[in-house]
Write a protein that binds this ligand. Structure first.
Ligand SMILES: Nc1ncnc2c1ncn2[C@@H]1O[C@H](COP(=O)(O)OP(=O)(O)O)[C@@H](O)[C@H]1O
Ligand SMILES: [Mg+2]
Length: 307
């Protein structure tokens, strides 16, 4: 079971996330990012956060500590935002908390380098749990005290949305083409050698035991929370052994066409601009002139620097 704390103050919503998580303080004096049971994404998102977050940490990846947070919606009464009010009202009882990393910043693959071994571990882990939400568009990684941390494992284990089809689903490959670490030459083979043997039935049973019963009850096809926990274990165990053979790294993100708007890519393309050259002679003249003046500028600079 996760450690349980009681929310004492709702501090502020986090607008970056799609699920409107909020920062709360709790009776252990901790500050947490809280994910609400009443959010539109539903309680399976929280189950995924617990199983994957706990598993990743046990495998040595950096994930902030998770707790279960008791929420009395009354603490949000002073909150002026209607949307937040509704969310708090719908989320009385147990919610998920993740230790808040103060001063952390969003991971930017252009500004921060990860070595091939670490990139391999993260990609392999994301393949294991079928994480579809760690792309360069939305990395769901933070940099804190100079190190990358993994957050947001809500969009994983797609099979738990359709248990009758679980075997087909867990046998599927993992497309890491858009993964935020795809450009760091992830060594997934080394990661599989290191991590796959650690993903034992015992470890998976332990992390599944951390999910509170109330997020597991009333799942069609399962009589008890324990039976559903078992299904999570049985889905992940065989996948751990072979998923490294089914990871597509594909073409690196940096070689993909830029997603930036035209006015910006035009600006970034090296001078003389090819489209302007081909469009009309006036522009190509201009560019020639600019090229000449740039050249003369360069030669002036080189003269200067030679002084
Ligand atoms: N533990 C944390 N410490 C600091 N900031 C966090 C933490 N967890 C999330 N955040 C911030 O909140 C945002 C949304 O969180 P996330 O877990 O990605 O929610 P969502 O499921 O809505 O995408 C993140 O992009 C990040 O800026
Ligand atoms: Mg997110």
């Amino acid at each position: 079971m996760l450690e349980e704390v009681v929310a004492t103050r709702y501090v502020t919503p986090l607008r970056e996330g799609g699920s409107l998580p909020g920062i709360v303080e709790a009776d252990d004096l901790g500050t947490y990012v809280m994910k609400f049971t009443g959010a539109g994404q539903g309680r399976k998102t929280l189950v995924a956060e617990v199983i994957c977050g706990q598993l990743a940490r046990r495998l040595g990846l950096r994930v902030p500590e998770l707790v279960a947070i008791q929420l009395d919606p009354v603490i949000g009464l002073g909150e002026p935002d209607q949307e937040v009010q509704e969310l708090l009202k719908a989320s009385g009882g147990l919610n998920l908390g993740m230790d808040y990393l103060p001063g952390s910043i969003g991971f930017d693959p252009l500004a921060y380098a990860v070595d091939s071994k670490e990139a391999g571990r993260v990609v392999w882990f994301d393949a294991l749990v079928n994480n579809v939400d760690r792309s360069w568009r939305n990395p769901n990684m933070l940099v804190w005290h100079g190190e990358p941390w993994l957050i947001d494992h809500g969009a994983t284990m797609i099979w738990h949305h359709n248990w009758p089809g679980v075997q087909t689903s867990v046998a599927k490959p993992y497309d890491a083409t858009d993964h935020v670490l795809a450009t760091f030459d992830p060594d997934v083979a080394a990661a599989a050698t290191e991590l796959a043997p650690l993903v034992t039935e015992e470890l998976l049973t332990e992390v599944a035991a951390d999910v509170p019963d109330e997020w597991l009850v009333d799942e069609p096809g399962f009589d008890t929370p324990e039976a559903l926990r078992r299904a999570y274990v049985e889905a992940l165990l065989p996948r751990a052994a072979t998923i490294h053979e089914r990871i597509t790294l594909g073409e690196r993100t940096e070689r993909k066409p830029s997603q930036a708007p035209g006015w910006l890519t035009d600006h970034l393309t090296p001078w003389p601009h090819p489209t302007k050259n081909s469009k009309n002679s006036k522009n190509s003249e201009n560019s020639e002139n600019s090229e000449n003046s740039e050249n003369s500028e360069n030669s002036k600079n080189s003269k200067d620097s030679g002084k």
